[in-house]
Design a protein around this ligand. Structure first.
Ligand code: HEC
Length: 156
């Protein structure tokens, strides 16, 4: 009996350590070579998206968009945000990068890892449940929690 309790605690400990390790977000290298969305400009200052942004989708995510937002495990989507300096036709300084990576272990956030990064590519350590998931759940529960669709990409 005692022995099985010990084994069980070890399993719990190991799983916790492993999950924490796996959840440490890393910005994928080379995402700028992925398929890039049309340029998106939001000039409404009251919008959380005020500024300019581009969405990048890796091969798996592209197939997910083509399948009307049914994404395979491992799909990665990155968004780069830029300020508007004077002229909305020109990208101002980059201010933030976000990532969604399909990961079935992330049960609290719909099977996606959500992560934010500074312009240096370092994790901003945000809490994905309170910071990110709300909008995605509200706007895209029927679309695998991905708000954009294939229409956002050139060539459609
Ligand atoms: C205020 C609501 C809101 C919050 C909070 C939010 N998002 Fe989003 N997110 C959106 C919308 C709307 C889009 C679609 C943008 C577009 O179509 O151009 C989006 C798009 C994305 C995309 C591209 C894939 C998709 O769903 O279209 C990623 C990746 C992403 N968000 C990650 C994050 C992360 C990480 C956080 C937390 C740091 C976050 N989001 C917080 C509303 C939100």
């Amino acid at each position: 009996m005692k022995f099985s309790v010990l084994i069980l605690s070890l399993i719990v400990l190991f799983t916790a350590a492993f999950t924490a390790e796996a959840a440490t977000p890393v910005l994928p290298k080379g995402y700028v070579t992925w398929k890039k969305s049309d340029r998106k400009v939001v000039t409404d200052k009251s919008s959380p998206f005020y500024g300019i942004h581009y969405i990048y989708a890796d091969k798996k995510a592209q197939s997910g968009y083509q399948a009307d937002n049914h994404f395979p495990e491992g799909s990665r989507i990155v968004v780069e945000f830029f300020n508007i300096k004077d002229n909305p036709a020109v990208d101002g300084p980059k201010n933030m990068i976000v990532l969604m990576q399909k990961d079935k272990r992330q049960k609290a956030t719909g099977g996606w890892l959500f992560a934010g990064f500074g312009t240096d590519g370092k994790s901003s350590g945000i809490d994905p449940v309170s910071t990110c998931f709300g909008c995605h759940q509200k706007d895209a529960a029927q679309r695998d929690f991905v708000i954009s669709t294939k229409k956002d990409f050139p060539g459609k």
